[in-house]
Design a protein around this ligand. Sequence first.
Ligand code: CMP
Length: 226
Amino acid sequence: MSDLELLSTVPIFTDLRSIDLEELHGRMSRRTYAKNEIILMEDEFGDTFFIISKGSIKVTRVSEDGREVILAILGQGDFFGEMSLLDGQTRSANAIANDECEVMILKRHDFLGFLEKFPKISISLLTELAGRIRKSDQQIESFALSDAEQRIGVTLLRLAEELGTIHKGVVQIAKLPYQQDIANMAGTSRETVSRMLKLLEEKELISRKAHTLSILDYTKFRDAFM
Ligand code: CMP
């Protein structure tokens, strides 16, 4: 898929005519990042907005005692870096390449200019941000759960939503993040993740093969953990 085709599939830009998409594309630059490379850092001043054209990134914050908390994993067609452009403050979190990834970059001036010129982009952006707040609310709620199985269940549901594909009620998460990353999303330890994945397998709620995890009956799984 060309960068221009990809831009036309990004939800916040779907209302743009092709001529406007071309203008947007003309104002963007491109960059590639290696796995684990830092794309932007919490507390830095930022001047750029990013759209992921290939691969995925993780959005993290580091707690006082040095633990990484993963706020989100974003993939192809997702955007990041908008918050500091909108409120003029420093970056709210770190963005780190999860695998080799490619991004399209728009400068603050052009980003804000497009929002002013096309109010529909602003509305779509708000819709997307509302969705992110909902996910964060669920994450905060799940952190309060003492039951580790429940926490991992909620985290797997989030990964299913963000990275999964569904076919006949089975959701496949093809590139399951490392167990340490799942632990950092769920606010628990890698050992607990390993134990809980085994337990969920024994209960025949999930199956695993290489890096793919399948939720065998998505509706049943949702009912159990939401
Ligand atoms: P900004 O603050 O400019 O830089 C860090 C980016 O991480 C931020 O913009 C958002 O794009 C993204 N981000 C921060 N918090 C979350 C979250 N809870 N979910 C998804 N993305 C986030």
